[in-house]
Design a protein around this ligand. Sequence first.
Ligand code: B12
Length: 367
Amino acid sequence: MSVPDPAAGPQTRLLQRAGSAVADARDAIARHLVEEEFLAHPELVHRYGAKGRAKSLEDAGYHLRYLAEALASENAQFFVDYVGWAKIMLAKHGVRAEDFLFHLQCMKDVIPEYIAPDLASEATGIIADALAEFSALAEDVETFIDPSKPHAALANHYVQSLLRGERQHASRLILESVANGIGVRDIYLYVFQPSQYEIGRLWQTNQISVAQEHYCTAATQLIMSQLYPYVFATEKSGGRLVATCVSGDLHELGVRMVADFFEMAGWDTYFLGANTPITAVVQAVIERKATVLGISATMTYHVRTVAEMIAAVRASPACAGVRILVGGFPFNLDPELWRKVGADGHAPDADAAIALAQRLTEPGQTQ
Ligand code: B12
């Protein structure tokens, strides 16, 4: 992590330096690798049109951002996972797998020209891992609406209504289901969560537009709010939660869901939403006398900011005693990552988060 850790071993420090070096030289590496790519294959201009080169440059910047974070987090898997995601995304947008492979190869070749040899060999080692796994990485992503899971038919109807632009109908489906006895927690975990993942899959695979993805998410936020009479109905039992997205991260629905589960379990919750500055989080923990702070990150390149946020909370004497939980995609990908960022624990979903928080706030407990 980028927070200086005096106890970090030499390999950890090397990887952190490699991550910072890639991040610092990102623009120059990206420009150079696209230069190499188009010099070696001038036909790419015809294949991808006038905008192809600019798009390749933009993509190179994204790839390098993920590479830098994978190094700094000592997690080669982050980059391999990202390459797997990008392989599908690019293929569905008409980019041939061999062109993406060549782009990564150019990245590997160019990096040693910009950073010190010991750092470059760490960076190129991770790219080599991804290149070695490339052909085995999936070509497509399966639906997240799993018919073997509870309420799959409802989730399917819900997504279809939203895709048709019928949020009133989607809202009615949910409100009637709750009136008929389906619990709000089940609606969150088995309808909203897989529906959101499904919307993401449809966007990634070029089947829906950005506008549709935004519409569906905004509708789900609206419909979640319609359930608040149920969410706020539980008598308070003592715990106090501050829940937030890490600075820079815009994915607030998951951690909002976590906050709502705590509210339903009798906690007093203070939900800060997306992209909260570190100082504001520290202040909220102090002012709310939080017993638990929940921090969410969805993008792997925000993991270092999670470590910085946790370090800032730990450095404030007024926050002493607060237990810190982390969650979101990178923490689900690497179940040991919570330790590296300095948290007290991680839970894979809103349901598991409650049980963990209750355990951690019993005196003398750890995960
Ligand atoms: C909606 C959405 C957005 C919206 C978010 C709006 C909002 N108000 O939240 C917007 C449009 C802003 C957005 C932007 C981007 N997004 Co987006 N987004 C999504 C989408 C479709 C749904 C997210 C969601 O609501 N999930 C549902 C919740 C319930 O699930 P969850 O977050 O996993 O939360 C659960 C657990 O993880 C856990 N948990 C979460 N937080 C915490 C915290 C604690 C303390 C604990 C204990 C547990 C916990 O509990 C939760 C509940 O059970 C996802 C798809 C996906 N698979 O998630 C893509 C997705 C995450 N986005 C993606 C991308 C690429 C982006 C952008 C880079 C796109 C771009 N080029 O601009 C930007 C990055 C923005 C940023 N800086 O953060 C990719 C990421 C791919 C990758 N491998 O990195 C995804 C996976 C889409 C895809 N399939 O390709 N996005």
